[in-house]
Write a protein that binds this ligand. Sequence first.
Ligand SMILES: [Zn+2]
Length: 147
Amino acid sequence: MKVEYLVIHHSFTKDGLVVDWKAIRDYHINTNGWDDIGYHYGIEKVNGDYVIISGRSEDTNGAHTKEQGMNSKSLGICVIGNYDLGEPDKRAFDLLVILCVGLCKKYKLTADKIRTHHEYANYKTCPGSKFPMDKLRNEADRMLKEG
Ligand SMILES: [Zn+2]
């Protein structure tokens, strides 16, 4: 897979006390019949602190944005939580910026290649109507230009 974009998602579920990533992964495998969770990375709060969790390997097509062939040209990143209800926690957001900047550097992408699921599937608000997407692109852009 040639990575041309990063696509940001939310889980649309409340971030619980336990590892919700596992429940999502189980659902994708057992209910959807997929080989693995549909996303390449996730961000969630585990034992009181936010962590980046790996999903599918980066060289495997995703199963997160079927529109416009995006699964074969983007990495899917899911921030656990429902961001129709409010903005993500600052620590989750900061971790997402770091993850995106690292991936942009690795694949030589500019910050405008960080997209939302909603941009391809306008029937969804994913990653949430309150998600600060402009802020994400602006901060990533600033960090990429600093080098
Ligand atoms: Zn989504």
